[in-house]
Write a protein that binds this ligand. Structure first.
Ligand SMILES: [Zn+2]
Length: 149
């Protein structure tokens, strides 16, 4: 996981107020607008009425800026947040995403990470070859219950 910084103009490593050291990868971060498919999946994900969902929905538009957050070839995306200055704690959205193939067999999953109450990263994971970002038809949603916080 990387912690990107929007301040791309720095030339030497420095420690921010939160103690995070921006990585080299972060300063070369290529951002783009969220794709229509990614937007559709994220809207379906955030449509669940769980903690943080209502506020996260307000951050998601067709103009939302994302970047490739993993270099393994998978479809993981990170969300560009200008304010990286607050609590660096990352939490996990209360709905897990299971990725299935055309036969309904599980091929992987996605985890939505939240930081400072903001969309932070979608981690696409699998046990096989790196998966692209799935379509909404390829996702099964699993609200998580009994979380102890
Ligand atoms: Zn990856």
């Amino acid at each position: 996981m990387i912690y990107p910084s929007r301040t791309a103009s720095w030339t030497s490593p420095r420690v921010s107020g939160t103690g995070l050291v921006p990585s080299c990868q972060a300063c070369e971060m290529d951002t783009r607008r969220i794709s229509p498919n990614e937007l559709e999946v994220m809207q379906a994900w955030l449509a669940h009425d769980v903690a943080d969902a209502a506020v996260l929905r307000t951050q998601l538009t067709a103009e939302t800026e994302v970047y490739r957050s993993c270099s393994c070839g998978c479809g993981s995306i990170g969300f560009v947040n200008i304010d990286e200055s607050l609590d660096p704690g990352v939490s996990i959205f209360d709905v897990d995403a299971e990725i299935v193939d055309e036969n309904g067999a599980t091929v992987g999953g996605m985890t939505l990470l939240i930081r400072n109450g903001r969309l932070h990263d979608v981690d696409v994971h699998t046990w096989l070859d790196p998966l692209p970002f799935p379509t909404v038809e390829e996702v099964r949603w699993h609200p998580r219950t009994g979380r102890d916080d």
